[in-house]
Design a protein around this ligand. Structure first.
Ligand code: DDQ
Ligand code: CA
Length: 277
């Protein structure tokens, strides 16, 4: 006993910073390593490397962003300026736009077949639009708030500002299930814009610089992405409404294999790559 204690003391002296450095966080034995075909091997904490900065309309209150067949769709919020739009992925310019009524605050969107589903914040109305013309094709009502939306092969995934992700039928919008999102056992509230990718769900957390990668089968967060620092100091100084100009907008282009992120009222979109933190 005495001998091993002395040995440990010697190691502590010899290893630089041995006594001061925090012990490594033990790997959670219940959390299997996750690899995404699109994003590669996922570690619990990751950050973003900017590959390309692209323009974004700084008046666009981005609530949803999604690529479909190389086209980029953006849904926009705020009372009086909510709209479903198709934008140029290179310039951010609006190509086509259909406004919502002034009393509807637009939220997330997702493309399913030749239709787009788009949420409203507190009106309890989900719209459908034709993917080509952006003409309205229908409305359904739902309970509670609408925040983010994305689509898996046979279901929609929706957030409502809580820690719950709700699964819905992609044709009827009926609720078919739900999961509570947790990180290390604690609920994560304010889940906002979503992106479904490789059986995982990426989610902005409202008013933070975090993007979570969630396993929708368990609700467990497998990766926390630190997305801070995308906007420069000059960008921040030019924002029209800094309080509302939060990270929001995640879209993966399957054709070009590009992950694009932006924010509400941001002057730029960023093509990014994940790297371990
Ligand atoms: N949400 O998109 C996170 C769901 C809501 C954002 C609300 C931002 C406040 C804008 C001012 C609202 C005026 C009633
Ligand atoms: Ca999205």
């Amino acid at each position: 006993m005495r001998r091993s204690a002395a040995w440990l003391a010697l190691v502590a002296v010899l290893v630089p910073g041995g006594c001061q450095s925090a012990p490594p966080v033990p790997a959670d034995p219940n959390r299997p390593a996750v690899t995404s075909a699109a994003l590669g091997e996922l570690s619990p904490r990751m950050t973003l490397e900017v590959e390309r900065r692209l323009p974004h309309d700084p008046t666009a209150f981005t609530q949803g962003l999604e690529f479909h067949d190389g086209q980029l769709y953006e849904s926009r919020g705020e009372y009086g300026s909510s709209a479903i739009t198709r934008i140029d992925p290179e310039t951010g310019a609006t190509i086509t736009s259909t406004p919502l009524p002034e009393d509807h605050f637009g939220e997330g969107l997702t493309v399913v077949g030749d239709q787009i589903w788009m949420l409203t914040w507190r009106a309890g109305v989900a719209y459908t639009f034709d993917r080509e013309t952006l003409a309205e094709t229908g409305q359904v009502s739902y309970d509670g708030e609408g925040w983010g939306l994305c689509d898996e092969p046979d279901r929609l995934v929706m957030s409502d500002g809580s820690d719950t992700l709700t699964f819905r039928d992609p044709s009827s919008f009926e609720v078919i299930g739900e999961v509570a999102v947790t990180r290390d056992g604690s609920p994560i509230l304010n889940l906002n814009e979503l992106e479904c990718l490789d059986g995982l769900v990426l989610a902005n957390v409202w008013q933070t610089d975090e993007i979570l990668i969630i396993d929708p089968a368990t609700g467990q967060v497998v990766t926390t992405i630190d997305a801070s620092g995308l906007l420069s100091q000059a960008d921040r100084q030019g924002l029209s409404d800094p309080r509302n100009a939060v990270l929001n907008g995640i879209a993966y282009d399957l054709d070009r294999e590009v992950l694009l992120v932006t924010g509400k009222l941001w002057p730029a979109m960023f093509e990014v790559r994940l790297t371990p933190q």
